[in-house]
Design a protein around this ligand. Structure first.
Ligand SMILES: [Zn+2]
Length: 253
């Protein structure tokens, strides 16, 4: 059997163990090597570690805002298997995140960019969209697949004159061709799903433009946090959101 056929067969066997799922609203097919139960367990454990490590804000205004908007977004997500929890972390950071299973953390610093509930809904719906679309598990699956691909390919070509070329090309190819563009895909996808979700929850999608303009102003001159450098440029995401607003308004009740 030729080495190429062996290589292709190894991949086919591998893919048989992978589940295909689809993203909500955008219906993109994904390859994920974890069960939703495993993923939720991981999300739950990380959330307990964060609660131990971080100082949770007791500010009544910020907390009531996060609980109110969070509940509305969670209702619109229609996922009874998620155990929703919403927290404000007492740190001056322009960021928020959602762990698998529905644990949402918003940093206090982010409220500098938030003028009203609709704008908080932009951020929270974006983060919820990452969790609903299982982006974390998908990303880890991509990295594992790339590693397995490298091991399998390296083994098949072992000793041949192509071995070194393959390893070098595959390592770079997997990183730049597959994994890195994924993070950008995830950001745009969460913007889109988040926009539909917030509109579904009764918020005004036009406020997404104002929110990202506020973020743009705040970031000027400051060191961009890691979260922003992996995120698309604000002008690009504002342009994309403007295009999507008419579609989002169809979800408005
Ligand atoms: Zn994001």
């Amino acid at each position: 059997m030729s080495k190429v056929i062996k290589f292709i067969l190894s991949f086919l066997v591998l893919f048989a163990f992978i589940s295909c799922s689809k993203t909500p609203y955008t219906n993109r097919t994904q390859l994920i090597m974890f069960s939703p139960q495993q993923e939720m367990q991981m999300g739950y454990q990380s959330s307990r570690e964060i609660l131990k490590k971080e100082k949770i804000s007791k500010d009544p205004r910020l907390n009531s805002m996060v609980q109110r908007v969070g509940k509305n977004i969670a209702n619109a997500a229609k996922r009874d298997d998620y155990k929703w929890e919403f927290y404000v972390i007492d740190k001056d950071i322009l960021n928020a995140f959602c762990l698998p299973g529905g644990k949402i953390f918003v940093y206090k610093g982010l409220f500098k960019a938030v003028e009203n509930d609709d704008q908080l809904a932009v951020v929270m719906a974006h983060e919820v969209a990452h969790a609903l679309a299982r982006h974390g598990a998908e990303r880890v699956s991509m990295i594992q697949l790339a590693q397995i691909g490298q091991v399998v390919g390296g083994a098949v070509l072992q000793g041949s004159k192509y071995e070194n070329i393959f390893n070098a090309a595959y390592g770079l190819g997997a990183q730049f061709g597959v994994i890195l563009p994924y993070s950008r895909t995830f950001e745009y996808e969460s913007d889109e799903i988040g926009l539909y979700l917030m509109t579904n929850a009764g918020y005004d999608p036009n406020e997404s433009i104002k929110f990202w303009q506020n973020m743009k102003k705040l970031k000027k001159g400051a060191n961009p946090p890691a979260f922003l450098s992996t995120h698309p440029a604000d002008n690009d995401r504002i342009a994309r959101l403007k295009e999507l607003i008419p579609k989002a308004l169809k979800y408005y009740k």
